[in-house]
Design a protein around this ligand. Structure first.
Ligand SMILES: *[C@@H]1O[C@H](CO)[C@@H](O)[C@H](O)[C@H]1NC(C)=O
Ligand SMILES: *[C@@H]1O[C@H](CO)[C@@H](O)[C@H](O)[C@H]1NC(C)=O
Ligand SMILES: *[C@@H]1O[C@H](CO)[C@@H](O)[C@H](O)[C@H]1NC(C)=O
Length: 655
């Protein structure tokens, strides 16, 4: 009888010949697989590898799509579930709190085009009431719409969801019927109560006047508190009068009830007046549930009638003379103050980062142009004035404009605004080499790995570390709360986003307005536009950034500069983001894929920047669509007179 083997007390089954051959097949399969997967990474790579070694990165052989399904060593796992609205503009994302601990998104999402992004922070709604039943001249309507637009843009940029309420929301409130029964009520008080009815109907939260705007740092404690959106008590601010209220629905209901019961409803012109006029009744069951915050809110600017009259008399006089002409001037004043506040926050200037600076001059020129526009002094009816909440600002001066620099590395300075241009590695490789034709073996033998992200993060990462930790620092600079409020990262292959005003919270001066003040356009730009088919018409006016600091890298010769536009145009096509009929060839696509596999960190950086921009664009588009249902779009039927009524009255009675 054959011997029975025993392992850990269990008998081992005996193998028949059939079993043995199956085992042999398995073993040989295993051997073939091991060989397949270890071989490519064993091929020696060029000397340039010393530039950026890849301790953490996945070998490029793992990029084979069939690998992840066949890899016998990998734990079986599913792609994470899809989230709502996670796709836009050829990219998609997976919002997850692990975004800053996993360098390569596809190791979680199993999809090259699905990127790990930070969680999308819920924006708390901030309401403002606009009575659209009042008849107005079209010019005034337009001017008020513009003011509302400025209001929405400023709050959106600070992380809120600005919503304009109208009569419709107030009429939804069951208390509206009761209000109608107060026939002898002062009509102005009635309008003010309508505002509160609309607010109560929305469930409370934040109620702002449309001339109250956030002007301060994104990290200001009050703005951070408001963004949390939790308000257990009805609160107003002593210095803001009726500019801002926060509170829960129940307290709002109490205040409305108390106001309607006030004995002074025929004389009082607003809710606060009616309440403050209430005679003190010690036996009163419901005390007025107002908390008054005595602090002066540093980051909120309220252009109340009183303030305009005393601080901006020129604009006040304009409005009094003709609201149709005066309101646009007020809007211009507000826009200029938002812009000046931004410029004061970034007193160190704007850094248009330019890693691998030798041949990226044309590539960063759109970012440079945007920096120019941001450093430009905004038009204003009172150019040297300061916002009401910061009387000691530094007004913009054409003589000492905001400094624009083009450093090769990202500098993490809190008062420096960074505008980055993220190239696809195909773009950076092709520009860096100035080669029209790249082939795969050249990539493997001659091109440095992840050169772009390595150069960019030189200042914030220790020397010699690999691409994986660097790409994490890059992601932090792009998308962390701190980083995102101090930088904007564009794609080298795309035009500037068309909703930049919403990123900054004010109308960024247009090109035309600074063209007039530009002294000269560099001569090199002329050749640029002619040879560059993919550029938009009018691009010839774009100024080239001045030459970079030679200590960041060699400075291009004029001949080298002339080669850039064509390479850039071709790269746009190959990367697949150019909307042209011109297609990339099969060879170019193969080279692009090889470059992506070779530069995992640069590719991840580019895809991350793309997904981050796309999510931002989609968030705004979605909200704009939602709002359009109620508002009929901004610039149409919207506008509110509450502030103006009172303001004009006061002036009239004072005259
Ligand atoms: C977002 O998702 C909702 C519901 O899932 C859908 O109705 C809406 O159209 C989506 N919006 C966009 C912009 O894709
Ligand atoms: C408010 O009402 C009280 C009680 O009726 C009255 O004494 C007071 O004069 C009123 N105030 C105004 C401003 O009308
Ligand atoms: C930049 O500096 C801030 C504050 O010092 C720090 O919290 C943050 O991690 C830094 N960001 C990067 C990308 O290094």
């Amino acid at each position: 009888m054959p011997k029975q083997y025993v392992v850990f007390g269990r008998p081992v089954p005996r193998l028949g010949t059939r079993h043995t051959s199956v085992l042999l097949v398995i073993i040989s399969l295993f051997a073939v697989f091991s060989l397949l997967f270890t071989l490519p990474s064993a091929i020696p790579t060029g000397p340039s590898l010393a530039l950026a070694d890849h301790r953490f990165s996945i070998p490029s052989s793992l990029k084979n799509p069939w690998y992840s399904s066949l890899n016998p060593f990998k734990q079986p796992s599913h792609a994470p579930p899809r989230q709502r609205n996670d796709t836009y503009d050829e990219t998609s994302w997976y919002s997850n709190f692990k975004w800053l601990s996993i360098p390569f998104s596809s190791s979680v999402t199993f999809d090259e085009n699905r990127l790990l992004l930070p969680m999308l922070v819920e924006r708390p709604p901030i309401y403002c009431y606009y009575d659209n039943t009042v008849k107005r001249e079209p010019a005034i309507k337009d001017a008020e719409s513009d003011l509302l637009l400025s209001w929405r843009r400023a709050w959106w940029a600070q992380g809120f969801k600005p919503i304009i309420l109208s009569q419709a929301e107030a009429m939804n409130n069951p208390r509206y019927e009761e209000l109608q029964r107060h026939e002898d009520m002062n009509p102005k008080l009635k309008t003010d109560i309508m505002r509160w009815l609309a607010w109560e109907n929305m469930g409370g939260g934040l109620l702002a006047h449309h001339l109250l705007l956030p002007m301060g740092s994104h990290t200001d404690p009050l703005l951070s508190y408001l963004r949390r959106g939790e308000f257990p008590k009805l609160t107003r601010w002593k210095d803001l009068d009726d500019g801002l209220f926060v509170g829960p629905k129940a307290d709002i209901a109490t205040v409305i009830k108390l106001t309607m019961a006030s004995p002074n409803t025929t004389t009082a012109t607003n809710l606060l007046a009616a309440l403050e006029l209430l005679p003190p009744k010690p036996e009163k069951e419901t005390p007025i549930p107002f908390t008054v915050d005595p602090d002066n809110p540093k980051a909120l600017a309220y252009y109340s009638a009183k303030t305009i009259e005393s601080t901006y008399p020129k604009v006040g006089a304009d409005i009094l003379a003709s609201p149709a002409a005066g309101l646009p001037s007020l809007n211009q004043l507000i826009t200029s103050h938002l812009h000046v506040t931004w410029q004061n926050l970034f007193a160190s200037g704007i850094a248009v980062v330019k890693p691998l600076p030798h041949h990226t001059t044309h590539m960063i020129s759109p970012a440079y142009e945007l920096a120019k526009r941001l450093s430009h002094c905004p038009e204003s009816p009172m150019p040297t004035s300061c916002p009401p909440n910061n009387r000691k600002c530094t007004p913009c001066s054409a003589a000492t404009p905001l400094k624009i620099s083009t450093p090769a590395h990202y500098l993490n300075t809190s008062t420096l605004y960074t505008i980055g241009t993220v190239p696809h590695p195909y773009t950076s490789t092709s520009l860096h080499s100035l080669l029209e034709h790249i082939d795969v073996s050249w990539v493997r033998r001659r091109s440095p790995r992840d050169a772009w992200v390595t150069d960019l993060t030189t200042d914030i990462c220790p020397a010699g570390i690999s691409g994986a930790p660097r790409v994490l620092r890059f992601k932090e600079a792009v998308a962390s709360d701190y980083g995102a409020s101090r930088s904007l990262w564009l794609l080298a292959e795309r035009a500037l986003p068309d909703d930049l005003d919403w990123y900054f919270g004010f109308a960024v001066p247009t090109e035309a307005s600074w063209d007039a003040t530009m002294t000269a356009t560099p001569a090199a730009a002329d050749d640029t536009a002619k040879s560059d088919g993919a550029e938009k018409p009018g691009a010839e006016q774009r100024p080239l950034p001045p030459a970079h600091d030679p200590k960041d890298g060699p400075v291009p010769t004029p001949e080298e500069l002339k080669l850039e536009p064509n390479l850039l145009a071709r790269a746009r096509i190959v990367v697949g983001d150019a909307k042209t009929k011109n297609r990339a060839s099969k060879e170019e696509i193969a080279v692009r894929d090889a470059i992506e596999a070779w530069n995992l960190a640069d590719t991840e950086a580019w895809r991350f920047a793309r997904a981050f921009l796309a999510r931002k664009a989609m968030e705004r588009k979605k909200w704009e669509e939602e709002e359009a249902k109620y508002a009929g779009g901004i610039g149409s039927e919207k506008g509110r007179r509450s502030g103006w009524d009172r303001w004009l009255d006061k002036r009239e009675s004072a005259v």
